[in-house]
Design a binder for this molecule. Structure first.
Ligand code: SF4
Ligand code: SF4
Length: 207
C-alpha cells in the first residue's frame, strides 16, 4: 500500500515533448491515488492532439503483466516520443526498463505507508521517498540503484563499472548515464539536482 501524488502540473507539462502515450496504474491506488486530477490533466493533454493513447491497468510493476498488456498498444506506443506514467516509482522503473529506447517520465511522487507495494516479488525497488527523481535519472532510481542512494552521483569509486560498496553490483550511476545517453537526455544531468527535501518525510508521517 502506498500513496502517490501528482507532481506539480507545470512540472508534468514541462516533461511532455512530442507525442505521448499515457499509462495509469491503479494496482495500489487504495489511498490517495490522484485519479480525478490525473484524468483532468490527461484530458487536457489529449485535447492538444498529441496523445497517441491512454491505457489504465493494474500492477505494471510485474514485467510479464506489463509486457502482455502493453502488447495490445504496440502501435500507439511506437507512434509516441515518450511514455508518461501515473504510478508509483516501481511502475515507472518497470516501464523504463521495458522501453529502453524511449523517454519514460514519472507524473507522480510516491510516499510510503506500511504494507506491500505491488503483488509479486518486485524486479525494481522504490524507497517511496516522496520526491521522485526518475525524470532526471532516465527511469532508474538513484536511491535504490546506488549503494549510497546518491541523488547527485556518481561518487567516483566505481571500478570497471562495478560499485565500490558492492563489487557484485553494477554502479547505479553508470547505468543512469548510459540510459540517459541512450535516449538522448544527458542534458537532464545539467539540471542542478535539487537538494533532497527531507521535509517531505515529515509531511508523510503527518498524513
Ligand atoms: S526516486 Fe526512487 S525512491 Fe524516490 S519515489 Fe522515485 S523510485 Fe521511489
Ligand atoms: S560506485 Fe556507483 S553505485 Fe556505488 S556508491 Fe558510488 S555512485 Fe553509487
Amino acid at each position: 500500500m502506498l500513496i502517490t501524488e501528482l507532481k506539480n502540473k507545470d512540472t508534468i507539462l514541462s516533461l511532455v515533448s512530442g507525442k505521448v502515450f499515457i499509462i495509469n496504474c491503479h494496482g495500489c491506488k487504495d489511498i490517495h491515488f490522484p485519479e480525478q486530477e490525473a484524468e483532468a490533466l490527461q484530458k487536457e493533454l489529449a485535447a492538444g492532439g498529441n496523445v497517441t493513447g491512454i491505457f489504465t491497468t493494474d500492477y505494471i510493476c510485474n514485467p510479464e503483466n506489463l509486457k502482455l498488456r502493453l502488447g495490445y498498444h504496440a502501435e500507439a506506443i511506437a507512434q509516441a516520443d515518450m511514455i508518461l506514467v501515473f504510478s508509483c516509482g516501481v511502475g515507472v522503473q518497470t516501464v523504463a526498463a521495458a522501453y529502453e529506447d524511449k523517454k519514460v517520465c514519472a507524473a507522480c511522487d510516491t510516499y510510503a505507508l506500511p504494507g506491500y507495494q505491488g503483488v509479486t516479488p518486485l524486479e525494481h525497488d522504490c524507497k517511496q521517498c516522496g520526491e521522485c527523481f526518475l525524470n532526471l535519472t532516465g527511469g532508474i532510481c538513484p536511491l535504490t540503484a546506488c549503494s549510497k542512494s546518491l541523488v547527485n552521483g556518481q561518487c567516483g569509486g566505481a571500478k570497471d563499472g562495478k560499485c565500490e560498496v558492492d563489487p557484485d553490483m553494477e554502479c547505479g550511476w553508470e547505468r543512469i548515464m548510459r540510459r540517459l545517453a541512450q535516449v538522448g537526455r544527458l542534458d537532464a544531468l545539467k539540471c542542478p539536482v535539487q537538494v533532497r527535501n527531507y521535509a517531505t518525510d515529515d509531511e508523510v508521517k503527518s498524513k
